[in-house]
Write a protein that binds this ligand. Structure first.
Ligand code: ZN
Length: 241
């Protein structure tokens, strides 16, 4: 039984968990999990677990090949989004939450790919997972928007690291704001018009933007090289036109 996804959602307890549970359901996380798992020849069943609480946030566990999605993390996502964009409508917030949850799921799925296929990781695994997640999302029609929304979320979330504490310097993740800039750099590197917009609106400093097309190309080619042998027949990693 390969390439299968089994999901299990705990019954949400209390308001904070119920909100996150509904958001994850509305984000079609299950659909994304199935479509990603369908694209790759995963050697083992991938488990997706929706759980009460916040814990340390979403994570992949190689021991049982599972992705855990804590409901209260999803609840925190809408908190950050509504604070970053107080003028937004509920529909806009809902879409942004869906985008962020999709990015986060793709990030955890990237960890699963790394461990299922023993992919080489020459650098920090957390940065590699963000890179693979961006490659996976850019395959989708609105993927660039999704990735950009995720970047905006990490930027908004970065308030918790202001100023960064020792544990954050020592953490295996890059700072939230660095994650935001990396994602924007890849998305801009993949699309000339986006690159222009990032420059004109001064969203990413020009010094960084200059290297983004080359950074994206290196990421995309590297991801293709290591993932191609594991794609199911007919699937590819080309970005949506
Ligand atoms: Zn991770």
């Amino acid at each position: 039984m390969t390439g299968k996804v089994v999901s299990h959602w705990q019954r949400p307890v209390g308001q904070a968990n119920a909100v996150g549970y509904e958001l994850l359901k509305a984000s079609e996380t299950e659909y994304l999990a199935k479509s990603l798992a369908t694209a790759f020849e995963l050697p083992a069943v991938l488990k997706v677990k929706g759980v009460n609480g916040f814990g340390g946030g979403p994570f992949y566990n190689p021991e049982d090949n599972s992705i855990t999605l804590p409901y209260q993390f999803a609840t925190a996502v809408i908190g950050v989004i509504s604070e970053t964009n107080p003028q937004g409508s509920e529909t806009e917030w809902g879409e942004a939450v869906g985008a962020v949850n999709s990015f986060i799921f793709a990030h955890e799925f990237a960890h699963a790919l790394i461990h299922n296929f023993n992919l080489p990781v020459l650098g920090r695994e957390e940065d590699a997972a963000d890179g693979i997640a961006t490659v996976l999302l850019l395959k989708a029609e609105d993927g660039a928007t999704y990735a950009a929304e995720a970047a905006e979320f990490w930027d908004g979330f970065s308030g918790r690291q202001n100023p960064p504490q020792l544990v954050e310097y020592a953490d295996n993740h890059s700072f939230d704001r660095q994650r935001a800039y990396n994602i924007l750099c890849w998305v801009g590197g993949s699309d000339e018009a986006v690159l222009q917009a990032l420059a004109e609106n001064e969203i990413v400093p020009e010094e960084r933007l200059a290297s983004c097309p080359a950074e994206w190309q290196l990421l995309r080619e590297s991801a293709e090289q290591v993932l191609k042998p594991h794609l199911k027949h007919g699937a590819n990693l080309a970005p949506a036109a």
